[in-house]
Design a protein around this ligand. Structure first.
Ligand code: LRH
Ligand code: MN
Length: 430
C-alpha cells in the first residue's frame, strides 16, 4: 500500500472548482477532434498510459561552474529526493519512475531503498554511472579520462564502477545502465582520436559482458563539456558505431542538449530507430549549449517534432521500439518540483500533439510532394491545445488538474524547509 506525500483530499479540494470547466473544455475539444475523425478518448487513454522518468538529481537545485544557489527545504539525500519525486508523480501522474545516479545516490541497503520507492508508488529506470568526477580516497583520478584513459588501472577502476552500478540497478529493479563519460581533450594532439576510441570500445565491451539478461546499455553522446576541443563519444555517429560494435544490448541515448546549435535532432531520432539503436532520451531544452533547461521551455516545436518521429517509429517498429524516456535537467532558478511538474507536462503535451497528426494525410502529401499540406498536417496538430486532455487524464488518475497551484497549496516546500537541514552553498551540477 503506497503512502503518498500529500493527502489526496487536498488534491480533490483543489480540483473541485476546476473539474466542471475542464469537462467543458474537454467536450469542446472532443467535438473539434471528432470533426477531424479523431476520438479524444483514444488520445486520453494513450496519454494516461504515457510516462517519463525523472532524475533524482533534478529534485535538488542544480548549479553551474560559477555557483549553485540552494533553496530551503530541498532534499539532502536520496530518501528525501524520492519523497519529492513521489509528489511530482502524485500531482502529475506521469512520472512513476526515477533515474538514479551513483555514487550521488549511494546507500547501504538498496533493498530498503527499493521498498521505500515502491511505498511511494515509484520504480527505478536506468541507473547512471559517474566517472566524470573523482570521489574522496578514490585510488585513481579521472583527470585524464576514465573508460578511455591511457592508464589501464584507471580504465579498470571506471569499468568496475559501471559494473557496480549494474549490480545496484539489479537490486533496485532497473533494467538499463546509462553510460555518459566526459572523456576528451582541450588541445589538438592531446590524445589520438582512434586509440582513445579503441580504449572506449575495449572498456565498454567489458561492461557489456556484465549486463544481465534483459538489460540494456545506453550510450550517451555529447558534443563538448567538460572537454572543449574533442570528446570521445561526441555525436550520434560515434555512438551508433560503438553500439553496433558492442552488440544488441547496446543502444544510443539522445540527450537533447548534447548537440551543436541547429542540429536536426528529430532526424537523428529517425536514423537511430532505422538502424535499431534508439535506446532512450534525456529530455531538457537549451538555447546555447548543454543548458539543461526545462523541457519545452525554449523550443517546444523541436520537442513536438521529436515525438512526431517517435510516433512514426512506433507505427513502424522495425527491429523493436521501446525507448527509455527520462528527464535530465538542472534546476538552477526554480523550485525543482515545479520545474519537473511543468517539464513532464510539456513532454506529455508534445506526445499528445504528435498523436493528433493525421498520418494518412501527412504520408499522402509527402508521397505527392505537396510540401505545404505535409507541413500543415504537422502544424494543425502542433497548434491544438491539448491541455484539457492532459488535465482530464491526470484528474481521472487521482492527480491535480492544476499541478502548480495544487503543489503551492500543499505548502510542501515550506514544510520541508522546517524539517530538512539546509544544504551548503557551492558550485557545479549538484
Ligand atoms: C552530461 C549529462 C549526463 C549525466 C549528467 C548529469 O551532461 O547529461 O546524462 O550523467 O548530465
Ligand atoms: Mn544527460
Amino acid at each position: 500500500m503506497s503512502t503518498l506525500p500529500i493527502p489526496q483530499d487536498l488534491i480533490a479540494a483543489q480540483n473541485a472548482p476546476l473539474a466542471g470547466p475542464i469537462g467543458e473544455d474537454y467536450a469542446a475539444l472532443g467535438r473539434q477532434l471528432q470533426r477531424r475523425g479523431t476520438s479524444i478518448d483514444d488520445i486520453k487513454a494513450r496519454v494516461a498510459a504515457f510516462s517519463v522518468a525523472i532524475p533524482t538529481w533534478g529534485s535538488g537545485r542544480g548549479g553551474t561552474r560559477f555557483a549553485r544557489f540552494p533553496i530551503a527545504g530541498e532534499p539532502t539525500n536520496i530518501h528525501e529526493k524520492l519523497d519529492d519525486c513521489a509528489l511530482v508523480n502524485q500531482l502529475g501522474r506521469a512520472t512513476p519512475r526515477v533515474s538514479p545516479h551513483f555514487p550521488w545516490d549511494k546507500v547501504a541497503d538498496y533493498k530498503a531503498l527499493r521498498e521505500q520507492a515502491a511505498s511511494l508508488g515509484l520504480g527505478f529506470d536506468a541507473v547512471n554511472s559517474n566517472t566524470f568526477q573523482d570521489q574522496k580516497n578514490q585510488p585513481h583520478s579521472y583527470r585524464n579520462g576514465s573508460l578511455t584513459a591511457t592508464d589501464a588501472a584507471v580504465r579498470t577502476q571506471a569499468i568496475e564502477h559501471n559494473i557496480e552500478c549494474i549490480e545496484i540497478g539489479r537490486q533496485l529493479g532497473s533494467r538499463a545502465l546509462t553510460v555518459w563519460i566526459g572523456d576528451g581533450t582541450n588541445f589538438a594532439g592531446q590524445q589520438d582520436f582512434s586509440r582513445s576510441l579503441d580504449r572506449y570500445l575495449e572498456s565498454t565491451a567489458r561492461i557489456y559482458a556484465a549486463l544481465p539478461d534483459g538489460w540494456r546499455m545506453l550510450l550517451e553522446h555529447k558534443l563538448y563539456e567538460p572537454a572543449f576541443y574533442s570528446t570521445v563519444i561526441s555525436d550520434w555517429g560515434s555512438s551508433i558505431l560503438a553500439a553496433q560494435q558492442l552488440g544488441p544490448k547496446a543502444k544510443c541515448l539522445v540527450d537533447l542538449g548534447h548537440h551543436a546549435p541547429s542540429v536536426n535532432i528529430e532526424q537523428i531520432v529517425a536514423r537511430l530507430h532505422r538502424f535499431g539503436k534508439l535506446g532512450g532520451f534525456h529530455f531538457n531544452d537549451s538555447k546555447y549549449g548543454d543548458d539543461d533547461l526545462d523541457s519545452g521551455s525554449i523550443n517546444p516545436h523541436q520537442l513536438f517534432l521529436v515525438f512526431n518521429e517517435l510516433i512514426e517509429a512506433e507505427q513502424n517498429p522495425l527491429g523493436g521500439f521501446d525507448p527509455a524516456y527520462m528527464i535530465d535537467q538542472s534546476h538552477n532558478a526554480t523550485d525543482p518540483i515545479e520545474s519537473m511538474l511543468s517539464s513532464a507536462e510539456a513532454i506529455v503535451a508534445a506526445y499528445a500533439k504528435a498523436l493528433l497528426v493525421d498520418r494518412e494525410q501527412l504520408h499522402q502529401a509527402q508521397e505527392g510532394n505537396d510540401t505545404m499540406m505535409a507541413f500543415q498536417a504537422l502544424r494543425r496538430a502542433y497548434r491544438t491545445d491539448v491541455t484539457p486532455i492532459l488535465a482530464a487524464a491526470r484528474y481521472e488518475a487521482g492527480g491535480a488538474i492544476d499541478v502548480l497551484a495544487t503543489y503551492r497549496a500543499s505548502g510542501w516546500r515550506a514544510r520541508k524547509a522546517q524539517e530538512r537541514r539546509a544544504t551548503g552553498l557551492g558550485a557545479g551540477i549538484v
